[in-house]
Design a binder for this molecule. Structure first.
Ligand code: PEP
Ligand code: MG
Length: 755
């Protein structure tokens, strides 16, 4: 059964569009189950009707014509119940409803299972048989497994199909694809798809601007690959027999002008750009070989893929130099990274969409710092088809809108205008203190990483840096920066803010931050080799970094050093020893300066429970609520599928936040917070009430938080905290916080979805 399932899913995954996928499903399921009929009904979102979309065994002429209203017939019953319906004799069931002309009169046995994707019923998969019998348990289990596996593929193909149809028809129906809110704001712009290097399955579809030039580029890329392969063959020289040499010729022949090469050129001449034409033709041939039963021929798929990948790499290299970004670029990628953001001129970038990742992935945090509206985890987005398309992205609610209706677009434009007005309004607060109505001062610091954050943070009136993510400059290089290079980078940060304090966190790689030149591949990266664990295992990296920080601090004295991912006291003791050692060493080398304040991040539950023991050893502590939330709730911050469960206002998280402040107070050290919660007005109000000494956040959030805290009294925030700590559910707490903001004239900070 497993093998059959795997084959079907593989074939469906390789289908060309939804129609093809559904035809494969009904044919293969009918064969695998040995039934007479298999059909798929899919829900039409606009009407709620279940449309007869594919069949083996019933009347093909009614495909896409016939259908059942919501709740109508046995198909409707399966959908409403969200459970299988297994009947010996379908027509005896009170809900049975015969679709005229469909030809199911002679079939008695009926088994229907719902197709459910992310809690939504997409449709119903049905098998039928003329013999009066109940399908047995195995049949039921098989069909349920099949439907669960196919649901994601169907959801994806549905959206992709809609986009393709639209593209063919010129204009199309509006479509809204849900993802996860990444960075707040609305962006209206033109899509630019960034493709991963040499991945044929992620090549954006685009028209050729100059067909002749594209053909030339393709032929040149072919030539380069031919030379590469010839070089390999020559190098192996004597080790190869004449037969082996002949294999190389066959290999090269695959792409020659009379075969696959000619097909690619044909497509380019018909208007496709070279990369698109190449990938389309190669994928078709790969699928063809993969479907073959004979293992030798099946293996040829690997050769075709390898050749295609090589040619694509050359084409991408050539196109890279020519890439032009439109004025309002929305960058889309399978998995955007910090370096992909660095390649586009900032003034042209208005929005970001990442198919993978979630709201607390590091790329989303960077986007928030840059103030670029972002949607993450848009897993159903057929992104390779969106090149040059006009899109609207809603970074408040995590949605992408294709072909929005004029009134929807107008509504979004209004939100953009309101946001601009709010930003202007907030600018006037720049030099005002962050002080509550009853006179409590709350220092607001900034989180930095990119050099651009420095200017931005100063412009927004940051009173210090609560978290400088030192891994960001490491991520943007192709090797570890030397001690001297680091010293200069750190010096720039310290000088820009002096005499304001700058908290530099030692390298926090691992998790979703992997350096291209130091890859860490693990099954559970967030529970693996990460943060302080890596640097304690590589003291040479840690020492060089600390030495660079201490040297950069000479004559300024505004450095603070902070240690990430501390889980136990011995990690902290070890790290402190290394810092003291570095300090002694550089003093012996003649560098002047006191040992700076040293702090730990509290970002794993163990550190919450041991907060007092940790506090006794350091000068300050800072809560990393992004990781603390992920580890307390066991929700991967990078996984869009569980994003709904990632609640920073979860009662357990709030309790942990209170406990850390209490521990800090008991040991007499200041406690700050540098997770994203500090930059959320709802979070900031509660953190103020808990007694946090400093809130550190991305520069973009700073004015909003200042506005929120200047609008309230500490006493009422404390009252609210008491109320909220009695609540048992994150949703209720969030609602109460929205109500509180509204009551205090801050309804502009609340953004509901536009449909
Ligand atoms: C955190 O975990 O809250 C934090 C500030 O660190 P990072 O987001 O870089 O992991
Ligand atoms: Mg962290």
């Amino acid at each position: 059964m497993l093998e059959t399932l795997r084959h079907i899913v593989q074939e469906v995954n390789a289908a060309e569009g939804l129609g093809d996928a559904l035809r494969i499903i009904v044919r293969r399921v009918r064969d695998a189950m040995g039934t007479e009929v298999c059909s798929v009904y899919l829900r039409e979102p606009a009407t709620g009707r279940y449309v007869f979309r594919a069949t083996e065994g019933l009347n093909q002429d009614l495909v896409d014509q016939a259908g059942l209203a919501d709740g109508e017939g046995l198909v409707g019953l399966v959908a409403v119940r969200g459970e299988p319906v297994n009947l010996e004799n379908a027509e005896r069931h009170p809900d049975f409803c015969l679709l005229p002309g469909i030809g199911e009169e002679q079939y008695h046995a009926f088994l229907g299972v719902p197709i459910i994707h992310q809690r939504d019923v997409l449709g119903v998969l049905v098998v039928q048989q003329s013999q009066q019998r109940r399908f047995d348990e195995n049949d039921e289990a098989f069909l349920i497994t099949m439907s669960a596996q196919l649901a994601g593929v169907i959801a994806h193909a549905q959206v992709a199909g809609a986009v393709q149809e639209e593209a063919l028809a010129g204009a199309g129906a509006p479509a809204k694809i849900s993802g996860v809110a990444g960075a707040p704001g609305i962006a209206i712009g033109t899509a630019v798809v960034v493709s991963p290097i040499a991945d044929m399955y992620a090549v954006p579809q685009r028209k050729a601007e100059n067909r002749r030039q594209e053909v030339r580029a393709f032929r040149e890329a072919l030539q380069c690959v031919a030379v590469d392969i010839q070089t390999v063959a020559d190098n192996l020289g004597a080790e190869l027999s004449p037969e082996d040499h002949a294999l190389f010729d066959v290999y090269l022949g695959i792409l020659d002008d009379s075969t696959i090469g000619a097909e690619v050129v044909g497509l380019i001449k018909a208007g496709q750009w070279a990369q698109g034409a190449l990938s389309q033709v190669m994928i078709k041939h790969i699928r063809h070989f993969e479907r073959m039963e004979h293992s030798y021929l099946k293996e040829r798929a690997v050769d075709v893929k390898d050749l295609g990948t090589r040619v694509l790499a050359y084409l991408q290299e050539a196109d890279k130099q020519e890439l032009m970004y439109p004025d309002q670029t929305i960058l889309i990628g399978e998995e955007l990274t910090a370096s992909s953001l660095g390649e586009i001129p900032r003034e042209k970038l208005v929005g970001l969409i990442s198919v993978r990742g979630s709201g607390n992935s590091h790329v989303a945090i960077l986007a928030r710092a840059m103030g670029v509206p972002t949607v993450m985890g848009a897993v159903d987005l057929p992104y390779t088809m969106l090149q040059d398309r006009e899109l609207v992205i809603d970074g408040y609610n995590g949605a992408v809108h294709l072909n929005p209706l004029p009134q929807v677009k107008r509504r979004f434009q209004e939100v953009v205008d309101q946001d601009r007005a709010l930003t202007r309004d907030l600018e006037s607060l720049r030099d005002e203190p962050c002080e509550t109505l009853d006179g409590h001062r709350m220092p607001l610091w900034a989180n930095t990483g990119l050099m651009a954050d420095v200017t931005r943070s100063l412009e927004q009136g940051a009173e210090g840096v609560g978290l400088y993510r030192t891994e960001v400059p490491f991520l943007l290089r192709d090797r570890f920066p030397s001690e001297e290079e680091q010293r200069q980078i750190y010096r720039n940060q310290l000088e820009a803010f002096a005499p304001k304090p700058v908290t530099m966190r030692t390298l926090d790689i691992g998790g979703d931050k992997s350096l291209p030149y130091f890859p860490i591949e693990e099954d559970n990266p967030f529970l693996g080799w990460r943060g302080i664990r890596v640097t304690l295992d590589h003291p040479e990296i840690f020492l060089a970094q600390v030495r660079a920080m201490l040297k950069a601090n000479e004559g300024l004295g505004n450095l603070r050093i902070m240690l990430p991912m501390i889980c136990n006291v011995s990690e902290l003791d070890e790290a402190l020893d290394l810092i003291h050692r570095s300090h002694r060493e550089i003093q012996q080398e003649g560098v002047k300066g006191e040992l700076p304040p040293i702090g730990v991040m509290v970002e794993v539950p163990a550190a919450v429970y041991q907060a007092r023991a940790l506090a006794r050893r350091v000068d300050f502590m800072s809560v990393g609520s992004n990781d603390l939330t992920q580890y307390l709730l066991a929700v991967d911050r990078n996984n869009a599928r569980v994003a709904d469960l990632y609640h920073s206002l979860h009662p357990a998280v709030l309790q942990a936040l209170c406990d850390v402040v209490e521990a800090g107070a008991a040991e007499g050290i200041p406690i700050s917070i540098c997770g994203e919660l500090a930059g959320d007005p709802e979070g900031a109000v509660l953190l103020l009430a808990m007694g946090y000494d400093v809130l550190s956040m991305n520069a973009t959030s700073l004015p909003k938080v200042k506005k929120a805290l200047r609008n309230i009294n500490l006493s009422e925030a404390r009252e609210l905290l008491r109320e909220v700590m009695e609540m048992e559910q994150a949703g209720a707490i969030h609602q109460r916080m929205e109500q509180f903001l509204t009551e205090h004239g801050m309804e502009k900070f609340i953004h509901n979805p536009v449909d």
